[in-house]
Design a protein around this ligand. Sequence first.
Ligand SMILES: Nc1nc2c(c(=O)[nH]1)N[C@H]1C(S)=C(S)[C@@H](COP(=O)(O)O)O[C@H]1N2
Ligand SMILES: [Mo]
Length: 420
Amino acid sequence: MSPVPPSEAAYDALRLRQWSRGAARSAGIARRDLLRLVAAASAAAPLAPLLAPATAHAAAAAPGIVKPLPPEVFTVRGTNAETNFAALRGTGLLTPADRFFVRNHTVTPRIDATDWRLAVWGDGLAGPAVEFTYDELRALPSVTRTAFVECAGNARSYYTTQQSQQVSGTAWTLGAIGTARWRGVRLADVLRRAGLTRRAVDILPRGLDDEVVSDGIVLGRVRRPLPVAKALDDVLLAYEMNGEPLPPDHGHPVRLIVPSWVGIANIKWLGDIEVSTRPLLSPWNTGLYRLFGPGYPAEGSAPLTRQTLKSAFEVAPGAEFPAGRHQVLTGRSWSGGAPVRSVEVSTDGGTRWHRARLHDVPRAGSWVRWSAPWVPRTPGPAVLLARATDRSGRTQPAVAAPNTQGYLFDAVVRHEVRVV
Ligand SMILES: Nc1nc2c(c(=O)[nH]1)N[C@H]1C(S)=C(S)[C@@H](COP(=O)(O)O)O[C@H]1N2
Ligand SMILES: [Mo]
């Protein structure tokens, strides 16, 4: 009974037309409030005030995050915690849960798996709402998959520091990403058991965390529509992360894993899923998670789907390297578009580039570790660069195309260090 999946590009184009014509349905928010969000999104706000304190000193705690946030591992940014890339050196392909970044719109809720229920409902089902308990989900056939979760705004601060552009949102450097081995149930299996019909076009997973209020507008609970084609393809309802039950901060007891897509799609603390015969709109696919600014329509681009291409050194910013000593620089590269094909490294600010050695077989939806030897010669400042190319042929550019909310930064990042 599975509908023929349209391509992601076709989905984007269709939703964009539906949105401009007002044909899609606002789920849980007044259309007027959605339009206010869109208007706010097209104006950029400066990032500078957020950037200064966070880079100067790591705060000790983020309100609402349960796990410890040691400052050598995390940089706290508001309700969020960014992983310091240097803390990933030697950790293996998978990011340990205690080093995995946290992006919370509000606070981590404490949910007991035994009281938890998942409700699947909506006019896209053949019958009434269906509920699943935690034990019922765990009794269904399970699958395991390695996938990164990356915030669409990861590396946003470089729009400002490298390109002098004003963008709004959390001033992440490159650490709003982690890769884990997730185990769970295919969303396709759950939807089919719930009675999915061919008429369904969108599903809307919603979190159990508190309602989000932004600039006086109640956005409601975190929820983001997903086209049925993606939902039936490779999406998981995950209950394990790296072989352990999901920790509270990462969505206990069950979260969505939507491989290669923007982080927001990976709804944590999943409570219910609406299945709809009409396209759905929420703040997270209208004012948020579209591209606004010069070169984009007033209502924004189509909703964001796949993540972009990036590389990061596992080196602290400003790290010191003794001149004349052999070093092994390490890092990671990833792309939401296709597996990484190759990575080049420059230690002289971009004059000469050398192929890095890849330490993993590149796979879609995951990252690869790499290394490159370096013997620093002249004492003084040095700039390290890493540039990935993926199998679709895309290479990280020198400059990223700007958008007001600073999403999908893909340019090569200048990593400043010192030779002493
Ligand atoms: N319910 C809920 N799901 C959520 C969020 C949230 O605040 N609430 N944040 C989203 C965003 S923006 C990102 S980038 C990822 C972060 O996942 P992590 O905190 O496990 O790293 O979760 C997504 N899922
Ligand atoms: Mo995010």
